[in-house]
Write a protein that binds this ligand. Structure first.
Ligand code: GLP
Length: 268
């Protein structure tokens, strides 16, 4: 894993935005895996700003979101579809027919939606870059602790903690889903490159378990230790419980100098 610790959340979004923009410049027809949630908001703002400045285009980009609530229509402002429209899709030149979420229409069998989603990802040639956040309990997508490390897109029940963590976004009278369709852990691991963003002290324990803990289904993000190309962007607060911090900073310095000398852009 390449672990990059930056001073604050804005620097994390700026670094992530540069990384995604760099990829879009080299490969305009990139297939992006997208995440929702509070952490990614600043990243999407950066991407929208770059698009407005004429630096990047999404015209040929295809996107697959990690997850979507079950039982929430796309028109519901709480849906991840609505989130994506609001924060990114409505502000860039992406073709709406190439934006996918694991959405389950009323009356559709969610089991079939999961399988179909996998097929769509394969048909698009697989995901080039998967953007991830991390839950306080170490989940990625909605793959909660104890999820099969070999899982594919399917229905998951959210933990009480995840429901509580996300309740800040729902008013008391609003229906808050307990079920979601999410890419599986194996689906995420198939991405050619992964970019995980985590900010704030609340994430520090999950981040330390993901990077320095044992590989275990009880911290689904720990599977990323097995992926050959993961970049983790952290602010100081989210990096607060890492024991090996000095090494990550040292490695990042060496990577930067490798990049300057040879144009290499990562250390996995
Ligand atoms: C949510 C989403 C994840 C997201 C994570 C962190 O519940 N399903 O895709 O990465 O939990 O969210 P946040 O960035 O709001 O902390």
């Amino acid at each position: 894993m390449e672990i990059i610790i930056l001073k604050d959340a804005d620097s994390v979004a700026a670094f992530g935005g540069e990384l995604v923009a760099g990829l879009l410049r080299v490969s305009p027809a990139t297939v992006l895996g997208l995440a929702s949630g509070g952490t990614q908001l600043a990243l999407y703002h950066k991407l929208v700003a770059k698009h407005r400045a004429g630096e990047i285009s999404f015209r040929q980009v295809t996107t697959f979101n990690l997850d979507e609530y079950l039982g929430v229509t796309p028109a519901n402002p709480q849906s991840y579809r609505a989130y994506m429209q609001r924060v990114l899709f409505d502000h860039v030149d992406i073709d709406p027919r190439r934006t996918f979420l694991p959405e389950c229409a009323e009356g559709q069998n969610p089991l079939l939606v999961g399988r179909l989603y996998e097929k769509k990802i394969s048909a698009a040639g697989g995901i080039d870059l998967q953007i991830l956040g991390i839950g306080v309990n170490g989940h990625i997508g909605f793959n909660e602790p104890s999820s099969s490390l070999n899982s594919r897109t399917r229905v998951k029940t959210l933990t009480r903690q995840t429901v509580a963590d996300n309740s800040r976004l729902f008013s008391a009278s609003e229906f808050q889903p307990r079920l979601a369709l999410t890419m599986g852990i194996a689906t995420i691991m198939d991405a050619r490159r992964i970019l995980l963003l985590a900010t704030g002290e609340k994430k520090a324990e999950a981040v330390a378990k993901m990077i320095e803990g044992p590989l275990t289904a009880m911290c689904p993000a720990s599977i990323l230790q097995m992926h050959q190309r993961v970049t983790v962007l952290l602010d100081e607060a989210a990096a607060g419980q890492l024991k090996n911090r000095d090494y990550y900073d040292w490695t990042h310095l060496q990577s930067q100098s490798l990049q300057e000398r040879f144009g290499l852009d990562h250390e996995a």
